[in-house]
Design a protein around this ligand. Structure first.
Ligand code: HEM
Length: 420
């Protein structure tokens, strides 16, 4: 059961009452919200250059400085072209090993007492992200840096700063310093290893270090961007998917049967992942119902017009995967969990940009393929080894940096007797 008590529920009411274009009027925060496939195309493709990502005073810009997520224009596209190499399919095959390894490492500590899978999955995705993108084991740092990472996430989450720009942020400066020190240390160590020929540039950090234009500061900005954008989103996706499987035993049984048929007890590989068609539909349905990035933000650089509505320069414009994914004209019974919406027959008639969990256009999520493989690998590994039981079926939509099940997903994970 989902309790709807977030701002998203309020936005959904506005959308149902006012249509696909409406304005929120709060003191100091009055964005225009655009909803639906046409709106998404307008924001993500046709007006991409006139709708800028960067808002200088937003906490995310202050934190990520010149990270890929918060820059615009030609420099964005150039930087992205450098970073693409780390997300190529041939790289993904190698990342699967780390995904399996850290899923096993975290789950090895579990007994049969209930645990919050949101927190457990966050550990896994953080370890996986650091190992795959920076070729470093984060386990020894986890205890020390975990609170700092959570503090940075709280800093950029929607909150009072939307209305009061300089709201006090206790603990933030120290957390940022701790994470920065760690990242700069990694940069220095790796630079030396590459210079001395002890290492290969076969990960994101290596790619950035061997790109001539990249200073240490700029590399730190990309590393922190990946750390934030690449683990909190995957955490939300996996937590929601586990929750949905816990709520829908028939889907759970079907996924378990598929995993048994495709893999049995074999160690997951990239090739296996392509065969898990039903699991893919479940993941897509989870992304539809609870897109981790539920709202995207832009600022109009010039006066614009959308479907007869004027959007003056300087207006904050929001597009919303969450609201688009709940439009009944494209998604009949939109609040119902139904993975069959993603069979090829049902997918074909839907217009482009009606399903946008990873955004779209030239700023589409750079980690989309990585995230989809990671979600499958972690779920497969858990289902191979555990029986999952949802203990606390009541959750609410929590709008942190991502849309999370609040207060968490309490599950009992019973290890299968024959799969130690
Ligand atoms: C389920 C997981 C994920 C979801 C739902 C997701 C969603 C998104 C969305 C919607 C955007 C576009 C935002 C906008 O239009 O304003 C985006 C961008 C981005 N994502 Fe992801 N993401 C996920 C995983 C990842 C991973 C694993 C990484 C890195 C390893 C990553 C890195 C990024 C970066 C760097 C951008 C900015 C791209 C650009 O502006 O060119 N994401 N993501």
């Amino acid at each position: 059961m989902i309790r709807q008590r977030s701002m998203l529920a309020a936005l959904q009411v506005f959308q149902q009452e006012l249509g696909h274009v409406f304005r929120v009027n709060l003191p100091g925060f009055n964005p225009v919200v655009l909803v639906g496939p046409e709106a998404n195309r307008f924001v993500l493709v046709t007006q991409r250059d006139e709708l800028r990502w960067r808002a200088e005073h937003d906490p995310i810009t202050r934190l990520l400085r010149d990270g890929l997520l918060v820059i615009d224009g030609d420099w964005h596209d150039t930087l992205r072209s450098y970073m693409n190499a780390a997300f190529h399919r041939r790289m993904l095959a190698g990342y699967v090993e780390a995904m399996v390894c850290y899923t096993d490492q975290v789950s090895a500590t579990w007994d049969a007492s209930p645990r919050d899978m949101l927190a457990e999955i966050r550990r896994m995705t953080l370890l996986i992200l650091v190992q795959t993108m920076f070729k470093v084991d984060f386990s020894p740092e986890m205890g020390r840096l975990w609170p700092a990472v959570l503090r940075l996430l709280a800093y950029i989450s929607p909150g009072l700063w939307l209305l009061w720009r300089d709201v006090p942020r206790p603990g933030y400066a120290r957390a940022r310093q701790e994470v920065d020190q760690y990242l700069y240390r990694l940069i220095q160590a790796r630079r030396e290893a590459l210079r001395e020929g002890h290492d290969e540039p076969d990960d994101l950090l290596g790619v950035l270090l061997t790109t001539p234009e990249m200073s240490d500061d700029l590399i730190r900005d990309q590393m922190l961007t990946m750390l934030i954008a690449g683990h909190d989103t995957s955490t939300a996706l996996l937590a929601w998917t586990l929750y949905l499987l816990g709520r829908h035993p028939a889907a759970m049984t079907q996924v378990q049967a598929e995993v048994e048929t495709v893999l049995g007890s074999e160690t997951p590989t990239l090739e296996h992942m392509a065969e898990l068609r039903y699991l893919e539909r479940v993941i897509n349905e989870s992304l539809r119902l609870y897109p981790p990035l539920h709202i995207g933000t832009r600022t109009a650089a010039i006066d614009l017009e959308f479907q007869g509505y004027c959007i003056p320069a300087g207006t904050r414009v929001l597009y919303s995967p969450y609201l688009t994914h709940r439009l009944s004209e494209y998604w009949p019974n939109p609040d119902q969990f139904d993975p069959e919406r993603f069979t090829p027959e049902q997918t074909r008639p839907r217009p482009p940009y009606s399903f946008v969990p990873f955004g779209g256009g030239s700023r589409i999520c750079i980690g989309a393929a990585f995230a989809q493989v990671e979600a499958k690998v972690i779920l497969v590994r858990l289902l191979q080894q555990f029986e999952l039981e949802l203990i606390q079926p009541k959750v609410h939509l929590h709008m942190g940096v991502t849309l999370e099940p609040g207060p968490g997903v309490m599950m009992r994970m019973r290890r299968k007797a024959d799969r130690k």
